[in-house]
Design a protein around this ligand. Structure first.
Ligand code: KG4
Ligand code: ZN
Length: 346
């Protein structure tokens, strides 16, 4: 079995994955949403301290699950990049300690590759080639995975990410953190009324560039909030209208870019398209991409909702592939990095 560790942002998580059939045997995760909520975003220093407290706490639970017997473990896997250095280091220290004490090899996993493997938890045969829309708090990308090691970046954000823009909209409206589920719920409430929401521009609408941008939309929402609350505080209906209008434009932008991708020659070789990452939980995005996939004859793959946001199960699943080709990192060379390494993507 592989013991995997995830601490790249604000989730402390551990998992046990069986190598032979990729079965997830144990999974535990403690999120820090509540602790960061009052700040409207993740505070790295607080996140790091909470990992230092909680990783040992959940390791004790895993130890009980294993009856104090670690002999079934064959490797330790850990998210080493990209992410917040001060939180990654907490997971890395635990991984190195376990690897050293138990004489096990260490596997360093790129978090974004981990998100791709959230599709194949409990499934021993990953599907390649695969087109992927990765939408998280830190990234918005279209990737094309030809094999487990050859993953090409087709498009990425010029500035902010899809998930982060939901967080910022929620912050500007004082709605809490993480913004994704909150803004989605507000938008859904407004949609029920069948009225037209506050209209925002669709980013890069006139551009042919296969890239994403959310900073302009984020700013348009910020300005609308200032304007609409000039004379009196925003009513619930205004808040919901802004959330619905923002979500509509953000999803329309993603949809336009995915459509552009489906029209490129390289997309012709893929039959499967997936949405992964924390923001892949967005229902509107799922529905709109689903109908686009039908139009372009692609089969849509989605991870179960519980594995969309950060978790160690996806890290353990990705690590099986590394274990099979003995892609181990010597303890003295294992380092954390805030960004992906140049060799991670082609
Ligand atoms: O992948 P993830 O758990 O962490 C990172 O790797 O960043 O993604 C977290 C992001 C947050 O920005 C959160 O607001 C967003 O995913 N998110 C959503 C939804 N649920 C979570 N964004 C839009 N709609 C949602 N339903
Ligand atoms: Zn993530």
């Amino acid at each position: 079995m592989i013991l995997s560790i995830e601490s790249s942002c604000d989730d402390s998580s551990l998992a046990l994955t069986r190598i032979a059939d990729a079965k997830l045997v144990y999974h535990i995760k403690l999120s820090q949403d509540q602790e960061h909520s009052r700040y409207g975003g993740v505070v790295p220093e607080i996140a790091s301290r909470l990992h230092a407290e909680r990783l040992p706490e959940i390791l004790s639970k895993l130890k009980i699950f294993l009856n104090n017997d670690f002999s079934c473990l064959k490797a330790i896997a850990v998210t080493s990049r990209p992410g917040l250095s001060v939180t990654l280091i907490e997971g890395m220290m635990m991984a190195k300690t376990l690897a050293l004490a138990l004489h096990l090899p260490l596997i360093c996993i790129n978090h974004l590759r981990g998100h791709i493997y959230s599709l194949f938890i409990n499934n021993p045969t990953p599907i390649f080639p695969l087109g992927i829309l990765l939408v998280s708090g830190g990234h918005t990308q279209i990737l094309q995975a030809h094999s487990q090691t050859r993953i090409a970046i087709i498009a990425q954000s010029l500035d902010d990410s899809f998930g982060e823009s939901f967080d910022k909209v929620a912050k500007n409206l004082h709605l809490g953190y993480p913004g994704g589920p909150i803004v989605q719920e507000m938008a859904q409430n407004f949609t029920k009324t069948h009225r037209t929401p506050h209209q925002f521009p669709v980013p890069l609408a006139q551009s042919k560039q296969l890239a994403f941008s959310f900073s302009g939309l984020k700013n348009a929402v910020r300005l609308a909030i200032i304007e609409d609350s000039k004379d009196s505080p925003l009513q619930q209906e205004n808040l919901e209208s802004i959330c619905a209008g923002f979500e509509q434009s953000a999803c329309a932008h993603i949809l336009q870019r995915c459509k552009m991708y489906f029209q490129t020659p390289s997309a012709q070789e893929i039959k499967f398209f997936a949405i992964v990452g924390g923001a892949s939980a967005n229902l509107r995005l799922r529905q709109e991409i689903e109908s686009l996939c039908q139009q372009y004859d692609k089969k849509l793959l989605l991870a179960p909702l519980e594995f969309c946001s950060d978790n160690a199960a996806m890290i353990g699943r990705a690590a099986i592939e590394d274990y099979k080709c003995k892609n181990f990192t010597p303890l003295s060379e294992a380092q954390v990095a805030p960004k992906s390494l140049s060799g991670d993507f082609v």
